[in-house]
Design a protein around this ligand. Structure first.
Ligand code: ZN
Length: 322
């Protein structure tokens, strides 16, 4: 209870939070529309008062997700991390988008089901710290074609077919099922292989997003950004035509994660000879021109993975970061 005697959540202070009076112990039981169902020790109630809402957001997200999953309510204490493992809290916007999508798929678990999303109440569903954060993440889901809002009541949301496919993939493993990392040279002579070969094969023919991050070709280093993108991607297309060291490193990293690398190289004797012996026995696509690369890459991807979850891009929809 607060001073006015209105029940409010001991974690987020939302007034609809119901606190069940402690009977045997000094531990409070709370049922909050925002934070879910949990217990909190008397000492934790006191120490929570010093924390801001953003500081408490990871706890709120973890507790609310546990409720959605039907897991046993946990007790917030004053021990390390307040007794709740919070390392699953999403920190980047793409991760938050994924969390919100998966949580909505659990809250409205049948095709066509709608969920009345209230950003003020539901920001923990997107691992956000406030209402506007959740609205931003929701808008990304809508503009990506994974979520749609009801035309007459825009608080009602439901997943699209592509949204269901993505939510299913995300729950199978912590990967971004729609993105494929492309490791290749950024030199202008390979623009054709990218623009007319790899990118349209992925985006226009197969329904994946092709992500190319400019690798540093002449250093024995791949940066944190590239590692993060590789970790998230479903598989990798690695083109060794220009034999850059960065591509070897990136492909090796992907294989270390136990994921698939599709190996490509221009069909040219000199270039083939230049391949390191340790990869030359992989099942390379040796391509004659970008059109040939596009066709054969498409066939390989569809054979290995089937179609991706994204609406197929029409022309020039590529994503370049560099
Ligand atoms: Zn709460």
């Amino acid at each position: 209870m607060n001073q006015q005697g209105v029940p409010h959540c001991l974690l987020c202070h939302r007034e609809e939070g119901v606190i069940l009076p402690p009977i045997w112990t000094r531990t409070h039981e709370v049922v909050c529309p925002r934070c879910g169902h949990f217990f909190m020790s008397f000492e934790a109630v006191l120490s929570m008062q010093a924390l801001t809402l953003p500081q408490k957001a990871p706890l709120m997200a973890v507790l609310r997700e546990r409720e959605i999953l039907g897991l046993k309510p946990l007790t917030v204490t004053i021990s390390t991390d307040y007794g709740i493992p919070q390392e699953t809290f999403a920190k980047t916007i793409p991760e938050k988008v994924d969390r919100l999508l998966v949580n909505l798929s659990r809250l409205a678990p049948d095709a066509g089901n709608k969920y009345a999303l209230d950003p003020e109440r539901d920001f923990p569903l997107g691992h956000c710290t406030n209402r506007s954060g959740l609205e931003h993440v929701r808008d990304i889901l809508v503009s990506s074609g994974w979520l749609e809002r009801d035309k007459t009541d825009d608080s009602l949301h439901r997943l699209t077919l592509a949204g269901w496919a993505r939510a299913g993939e995300l729950q199978k493993g912590a990967i971004d099922s729609s993105t494929v990392f492309v490791a290749m040279s950024f030199k202008p002579e390979w623009d054709g292989a990218w623009k007319d070969g790899i990118r349209p094969a992925l985006e226009e023919d197969c329904g994946y997003k092709a992500l190319r991050v400019d690798a540093v070709e002449h250093t024995e280093d791949i940066n944190d950004r590239i590692i993060a993108e590789i970790r998230r991607s479903k598989f990798m297309v690695a083109d060794f035509s220009s034999n850059p060291g960065g591509v070897y490193l990136e492909a090796g990293f992907e294989m270390g994660l136990g994921r698939t690398v599709i190996w490509t190289c221009q069909d040219d004797d000199e270039r083939k000879k230049a391949l390191h012996f340790d990869i030359s026995h992989y099942n390379f696509i040796f391509w004659k021109d970008p059109e040939d690369l596009r066709t054969r890459l498409r066939d390989r991807i569809l054979a290995l993975f089937g179609e991706g979850p994204r609406p197929k891009a029409v022309g020039d929809g590529g994503t370049d970061h560099g």
